[in-house]
Design a protein around this ligand. Structure first.
Ligand SMILES: Nc1ncnc2c1ncn2[C@@H]1O[C@H](COP(=O)(O)OP(=O)(O)OP(=O)(O)O)[C@@H](O)[C@H]1O
Ligand SMILES: [Mg+2]
Length: 304
């Protein structure tokens, strides 16, 4: 393994009984990158993360972290890995401080080091809550921030964040991504799952999974360009009632995937020449704008 790669997954399959939750996937994660792991519910994201962290055994295939096979060498890797689980894992009836002390004790950290690190992390995360607050009383976004603190306490250089921003406010999502970028800037590798496509665009590279298999891998820009080499069109019609009729009549050699968009249509152009003729001929068109394809379009095309 080259020293640039911190994770190498080779032909990994993880089965529960006869069901393959992860089905023969291979990918690398480079040291220091923000690596996005996307896919619909049940695609196999959490199962993959748990296997890389050594919490599940591969049914077949290999996983290497920092060059070491995780099936045989988990103890040595543990101090280097931080895992913020999709399930909330803090103790709700304990205070922030008590949760941190517990998290630190799991990594054999000394009480004085934990105290120092809580202060550093609270500054990094800009946590404006008294460390003696009971976790159950905190707003959802703050709970997620405290979970992140607990994950970072032992200074791991590889961090797994499994849907860290699920159900939190747009402001907290933005704050969280600011922290993820800071972590990556300091050399920490961040492996993150999300269902928000705007967040996926902040990742250096993305793997898109569907039903246990990888359906695409690349930078956000590559995924968009490879799947949609031409722009989309947004069409507004003079008579909005005509939209459904026009949608069914739209020539499949001009457009693919015409979807309702506001009072009009948004459609993938597949032939620029025919699109120009269609635009000039159609007297019901009020306005045509081109529209850039997005990661959301890629997700809908490859995963839905
Ligand atoms: N311990 C288990 N036993 C049996 N089936 C499991 C187990 N863990 C996961 N699965 C199944 O494996 C599939 C993949 O689950 P996984 O949790 O990895 O998906 P995911 O991509 O993380 O989904 P989500 O976006 O909902 O978190 C699902 O069908 C799930 O029900
Ligand atoms: Mg999951």
């Amino acid at each position: 393994m080259s020293s640039k790669e911190i994770i190498r997954v080779e032909n990994l399959t993880v089965a529960f009984g006869s069901f393959k939750a992860v089905d023969g996937i291979s990918f690398d994660v480079k040291r220091g990158e923000i690596f996005g792991f996307l896919g619909a519910n049940g695609a196999g994201k959490t199962t993959t993360i748990r296997t890389i962290c050594g919490l599940l055994n591969p049914s077949s295939g290999k996983v290497f972290v920092d060059g070491k096979d995780v099936s045989s060498d988990t103890t040595a890797l543990k101090p280097h890995i931080g895992y913020m689980s999709q399930k909330f894992t803090l103790y709700k009836d304990l205070t922030i401080k008590e949760n941190m002390e517990f998290a630190g004790a799991l990594y054999n950290m000394k009480a004085a080091d934990i105290k120092k690190k809580i202060k550093v992390l609270a500054d990094f995360i800009k946590l404006e809550f008294d460390e003696n607050s009971i976790v159950a009383d905190l707003p959802g976004g703050v709970k997620q921030m405290v979970s992140l603190c607990a994950t970072l306490l032992h200074e791991p250089d590889l961090v797994f964040l499994d849907e860290p921003t699920a159900g939190v406010s747009p402001q907290t999502r933005a704050d969280f991504w600011g922290l993820i970028k800071d972590l990556s800037g300091r050399g920490t590798t961040v492996f993150v799952t999300t269902h928000y496509m705007d967040e996926a665009s902040y990742c250096g590279r993305i793997v898109l999974m569907s039903a246990g298999k990888i359906v695409a891998v690349g930078t956000p820009e590559e995924l968009v360009e490879n799947n949609f080499p031409k722009p989309f069109a947004e069409l507004v019609f003079k008579d909005a009632r005509a939209v459904e009729k026009i949608k069914t009549e739209i020539n499949a050699s001009v457009f693919a995937r015409a979807e309702n968009y506001g009072a009009g249509l948004r459609a993938e152009i597949i032939d620029n020449g025919r699109f120009k003729i269609f635009s000039a001929d159609n007297k019901n068109i009020f306005e045509i704008k081109t529209s850039a394809p997005t990661l959301e379009d890629v997700f809908l095309k490859l995963v839905s």
